[in-house]
Design a protein around this ligand. Structure first.
Ligand code: BYC
Length: 480
């Protein structure tokens, strides 16, 4: 078996030797039609017959893993790709630290591993479902192509988790793989598992915020799972991270382009005050305070995805060697955390206070802290784009207590600075911090499609470079 180049002979491209693994191949071939039905029902609405200039993974070699070509989405080659095996890999943390990494699921950690793989798997189709209407309002063919690229790759990430379930978890795994095709984002009876994946992605600013903040949670969770002592999970997540980078690029640069367009329009019209919202909106661009509100919403929803600050689940997963920390190998400690402490923000007598708690129970908080650092760097880059236009406005990520539904701060109603407002004050003022109905209506009104090659909707700037270095007027999507 060639672990670098992908076998394209069978129905399912893979570098895991599926042709020799008849049981798993048959199970996946049986799952495939249900997946395609799901894609037709819940994948991008319209455009299924359009030719989209997509990248497909053809290798797991970091130097040249993808090829670009026109593809109809239902014919995309969703494959199963694992990063190459690291010879003699050891469990990097927890009670089993230093033992040989597991090639099979250890019986005592089976339920925990299955739960983590199912949760990870559930988010992938959920995001496709959330984004399925957006093609109809794409601000350009370039953006439409990026949306569909993200969608097909999230579909591939579902395949990646389903492979693990089918290969390593027997009948339970098969049932879970089926259930992943049954749940639906936002459905009151059969919702997706995590909160943020049941929210709407109603417009393109939301899409860019989602790919900035929620895909970045994906990055952190995948990094933590890539450390796993269960080697197939580690290898799967390592390769998924390669694709995830583009999703975050789409999000961050999407917001940058919106911000630049707004600043440019303000400059051209001689408007200095970014808070003069009505005047800015008359230019047909998205005012910066509204962009901030969307950031507040998507950042806070994404913080919930880290679970509770103090978590026995997370402690157990680390202790067992199943889920590690962000860049575990770069951390200088005993990698077992039996004695240490970690500072956690908590709600103590109604006040937000920092407390040292056992490090093992604070792992969700720690991963979230690493995430917040990463997000602050993004906000810094957006601010530099604003500074280039001398517009007096700076984005600021809200306090971690703001608008939370999970963990220490779920009970309080804090403003973006972390002041507890109480219910009545929050009801009165939430429209200052989160998109209001009129903000949403305004943005929705802007969402008119622009399908001419090289043309962009008036509220967003063109990108600096094309995908795969294509010229500005490249036809990224050929409509059917
Ligand atoms: N919503 O100890 P706790 C991505 C539940 S995104 C609903 O606080 P734990 C992507 C929890 O299940 C990354 N329920 O938390 C991005 C538990 O319930 P049970 C996806 C929640 O377990 C964009 C209870 O509360 N991957 O890839 O330490 C596009 C107490 O749990 C939530 C992963 O998340 C919530 N937000 O941590 C596409 C990695 N939070 O079981 C894709 C796998 C907690 O007691 N998952 N609960 O009934 C995990 O590592 C952990 O399960 C979590 C939660 C981080 C999610």
């Amino acid at each position: 078996m060639d672990v670098i180049n992908v076998d394209y002979d069978g129905m399912i491209p893979n570098n895991v030797g599926l042709n020799q693994d008849i049981r798993v191949r048959k199970a996946l071939e049986k799952w495939h039609p249900g997946y395609l039905d799901w894609w037709q029902d819940m994948g991008p609405e319209g455009f299924q017959q359009s030719l989209v200039y997509l990248r497909t993974a053809v290798s797991v070699d970091p130097k040249g893993w993808a090829k670009f070509d026109y593809v109809r989405m239902p014919e995309y080659k969703w494959g199963i790709l694992l990063a190459p095996q690291v010879e003699d890999r050891k469990v990097p943390f927890g009670i089993h630290r230093g033992e040989k990494a597991w090639q099979e699921v250890p019986g005592e950690h089976r339920a925990m591993l299955r739960r983590l793989i199912v949760i990870q798997g559930d988010t992938e189709p959920a995001s496709v479902e959330q984004q399925r209407h957006l093609g109809k309002t794409a601000p350009s063919l370039y953006d439409m192509r990026n949306l569909f690229q993200v969608n097909v790759e999230e579909g591939r990430h579902l395949w990646a988790m389903v492979y693990l379930l089918q290969k390593y978890f027997g009948a339970d795994g098969r049932d879970e793989a089926e259930a992943l095709l049954q749940r639906r984002s936002g459905d009151p009876d059969t919702p997706r598992m995590l909160g943020a994946f049941n929210e709407k992605t109603p417009d393109w600013l939301s899409f860019f915020m989602f790919t900035t903040f929620t895909d970045r949670d994906g990055k952190m969770q995948l990094e933590a799972l890539a450390q796993s002592g269960f080697d197939p999970l580690s290898r799967t997540c390592r390769f998924m991270l390669t694709e995830e980078a583009h999703h975050m690029f789409v999000g961050e640069t999407g917001v940058t382009r919106i911000v630049e367009r707004t600043c440019q329009a303000m400059r051209d019209a001689g408007i200095d005050d970014p808070y003069d919202i009505d005047t800015v909106r008359r230019l047909g661009v998205i005012d910066l305070p509204t962009v901030q509100k969307k950031a507040n919403l998507h950042f806070s929803l994404s913080l919930d995805l880290f679970g509770s600050e103090i978590s026995t689940n997370a402690a157990n997963a680390f202790h067992a060697g199943v889920k590690g920390r962000f860049r575990e190998e770069r951390i200088k400690d005993d990698h077992q955390l039996e004695g240490g402490t970690y500072p956690v923000l908590r709600l103590v007598d109604g006040e937000i206070a920092q407390q040292d708690v056992p490090a093992l129970s604070a792992l969700n908080m720690r991963l979230r802290d690493d995430y917040v650092t990463d997000c602050n760097a993004v906000a810094g880059r957006w601010n530099r784009a604003i500074e280039a236009f001398n517009v007096p406005f700076q984005f600021k990520l809200p306090h971690v207590a703001f608008h939370r539904h999970i963990g220490e701060f779920a009970e309080i109603k804090a403003d973006p600075d972390g002041n507890n407002l109480g219910d009545a004050e929050w009801q009165k003022r939430q429209g200052e911090f989160l998109p209001s109905d009129s903000d949403r209506d305004y943005i929705e009104g802007l969402m008119q499609p622009q399908y001419e090659p090289g043309q962009f909707a008036g509220w967003i700037s063109p990108p600096k470079v094309g995908i795969d270095n294509k010229p500005g007027d490249f036809e990224y999507v050929k409509m059917a």
